[in-house]
Design a protein around this ligand. Structure first.
Ligand code: GLV
Ligand code: MG
Length: 307
């Protein structure tokens, strides 16, 4: 399945404790902003960050960006209050709640039920607010199929590489980077596992952060790997990474043009005037129904990116 949802090529992390960054994020060309109450916010700053996030959402000015709040994970004492304060305070101006360190479908079901309660209490449309589930440890990955399908609200399944690497004792301190001692790509299995679960349930698959924020070439290299597999976007931690993410997760102009050509040629070939053919030549390439589906993926991503 092709998961075409809201554009999420670049998902900008904005600490809820920083009024300056909350303000600046409104002017940046990221497809999504997620206002963070979790790891970018110190424990003592969490109550104030909730209030900042509610005010920032209600003040508006986010344009067409997808507006998300990341709450704290369910092993902490903060999660329920994060959800209640943010959704009661700004539910009408919020698109999704991101839940980190999800380990089983029950976490998503808890959030779904809690959101439903708040929506009913406030008279908001029930089910409009989506859920983004972060996979950040072995339990999350092993249960990812059930997590992705745990609620119709789930819009994205997200790889959280920093927490994930720590949780499985991966021997590296460079998030997303290749490990010289290992001859392959240590993330391939994890990314594919997440992608399969996401696609089985028609969700978007999102790659996590790259922490070397000044190394935009390094960011691009890591992003290209997940984009090639089919991921829809990646987190960005710094304005300098946004342009690279938007570019890498959009098809190239050549691929987009070629996809449109395949769609046109195949539509013609299969039509009455084209002779109702099922497989035809386009230049040196043979195209059939499967080619049409592959072309549709590229064309849909390109159209969503405004090509
Ligand atoms: C993101 O939350 C990560 O842990 O990489
Ligand atoms: Mg994390």
């Amino acid at each position: 399945m092709v998961a075409v949802g809201r554009p999420r090529r670049s998902c900008l992390a904005v600490p809820g404790s920083s009024l300056k960054m909350l303000d600046k994020a409104r002017g940046l060309p990221a497809d999504q902003v997620f206002l963070d109450l979790e790891d970018a916010v110190a424990p003592l700053a969490k109550p104030a960050a909730r209030a900042n996030v509610v005010a920032a959402l209600n003040e508006g000015g986010w344009g067409g960006r997808t507006r998300v709040v990341r709450v704290n994970d369910l092993t902490t004492p903060w999660t329920y209050r994060d959800v209640v304060e943010v959704v009661e305070g700004a539910g009408a101006n919020l698109d999704c709640v991101m839940l980190p360190k999800v380990v089983s479908a029950s976490h998503v079901e808890w959030l779904d039920l809690t959101l439903t309660q708040i929506e009913k209490a406030l008279g908001l449309e029930v089910g409009r607010i989506g859920i983004e589930a972060q996979i950040e440890n072995a339990a999350g990955l092993v249960n990812v199929d059930a997590i992705a399908g745990a609620s119709p609200r789930v819009e994205t399944v997200i790889f959280g590489p920093a927490d994930f690497m720590a949780s499985i004792s991966m021997r590296s301190l460079v998030v997303g980077g290749l490990i010289p001692e290992y001859p392959g790509d240590p993330y391939h299995y994890i990314l594919m596992r997440i992608l399969m679960a996401a696609r089985m349930h028609d969700r978007q698959a999102i790659d996590g952060p790259f922490l070397q924020i000044r190394d935009v070439d390094g960011f691009r290299e890591v992003a290209r790997r997940s984009a090639a597999l089919g991921f829809d976007g990646k987190w960005v931690l710094h304005p300098g990474q946004i342009g690279a993410a938007n570019e890498v997760y959009s098809p190239s102009q050549d691929d987009f043009d070629h996809a449109e050509l395949i769609l046109d040629a195949y539509a013609h070939a299969t039509s009455e005037v084209g002779g109702r053919l099922g497989a035809v030549m386009l230049g040196d390439e043979m195209i059939d129904e499967a080619s049409r589906k592959m072309a549709l993926v590229i064309a849909a991503k390109g159209r969503a990116a405004g090509m």
